[in-house]
Write a protein that binds this ligand. Structure first.
Ligand code: CP
Length: 317
């Protein structure tokens, strides 16, 4: 039986089941080929309008959603909070409803508050895709990470993935953990104790504080950025000390599998969580992750738009 997608929004991977996650990944596989064509466009979302509503800085995610929407033939508008009426005090919900009044079909939102995308999704009939909300989730990043792992290893079931770094502040870690564990991967998180959130084991992961132990058990390592902007420098002030104890370097990888896959969601802090030599080295798939983001976001937008067309939005009497 073919899995079906019936959600108008993509808000996180916690709510999705294995079949829904697999459907996004298989839809992305079909869309990946579009970007290899001379004319990189299909008419799947022709006549639809996508708004990228970003309340936080972004390079990869915003551009990737814009390219993905254009490859599906949608019209795209980018709104950055610094240049919008948000500066005049407009709330997220009011902004969303006004955007919807302009007959927009999909709102892609990045916000510094956890739960912002869920709140917006409940307030508008347009589809909402979470492009990262606070420390909560970044579903399309995790999906492109998983897509890349599946391309490299041929499967997700049974693979060993370590997520290393600032787990406490990381929406990328949370979405990866939900997605990978639902698909049957063995996930380890590794960080200094201060950067491991309480009760993280309840998400089905192993916790280690020894980076060599984490690397030794891994088919792949997803290296997280130290999020100094979220916690000032208070949580882990000594960047050099972090690099010495947890940084992914050539020396450290000598104890890992020779073909270990090195991932990073970006942006990189070179010399803080990863050395340049490893970030740019043969085991790194960091730029392939970025490329795969287009196909994954095409799939996400296609599926939510299609589902939303099938949902009745008639106002009750
Ligand atoms: N990985 C990621 O979300 O990068 P950006 O902040 O550049 O979008």
């Amino acid at each position: 039986m073919t899995a079906a997608w019936s959600r108008k929004d993509l808000l996180g991977l916690e709510d999705l089941n294995r079949e829904e996650i697999s459907l996004i990944l298989s839809t992305a596989e079909s869309f990946k080929e579009v970007s290899t064509r001379e004319i990189k466009k299909v008419p799947a979302l022709r006549g639809k309008t996508v708004v990228n509503l970003f309340y936080e800085p972004s390079t990869r995610t915003r551009v990737s959603f814009e390219i993905a929407a254009k490859r599906l033939s949608a019209d795209v508008i980018n709104i950055a909070s610094e240049t919008s009426s948000v500066r005049k005090g407009e709330t997220l919900i009011d902004t969303g409803r006004n955007i919807e009044a302009l007959k927009v079909d999909i709102i892609v939102v990045r916000h510094n508050y956890s739960g912002a995308a869920v709140m917006l999704g409940r307030s508008v009939k347009a589809s909402v895709i979470n492009a990262g909300d606070g420390w909560h989730e970044h579903p399309t990043q995790a999906l492109l990470d998983i897509f890349t792992l599946k391309e490299k290893l041929g499967r997700i079931e049974g693979i060993k993935v370590s997520i290393v770094g600032d787990i406490a502040h990381s929406r990328v870690a949370r979405s990866n953990i939900w997605g990978l564990t639902k698909l049957g991967a063995n996930v380890t998180v590794c960080a200094p104790k201060i950067l491991i959130p309480p009760a993280i084991e309840e998400m089905g992961v192993k916790v280690v504080t020894d980076i060599d132990e984490a690397l030794a058990r891994s088919d792949a390592v997803n290296v997280l950025r130290m999020q100094f902007e979220r916690d000032g420098e208070s949580a882990f002030p000594r960047q050099l000390e972090y690099f010495k104890n947890f940084g992914i370097t050539r020396e450290r990888l000598k104890k890992a599998k020779k073909d270990i896959i090195i991932m990073h969601p970006g942006p990189l802090n070179r010399g803080v969580e990863i050395s340049s030599e490893i970030a740019d080295g043969l085991n790194s798939v960091i730029l392939e992750q970025v490329t795969n983001g287009i196909a994954v976001r095409m799939a996400a937008m296609f599926l939510v738009a299609q589902a939303n067309e099938n949902i009745s939005h008639e106002t009750p009497d």
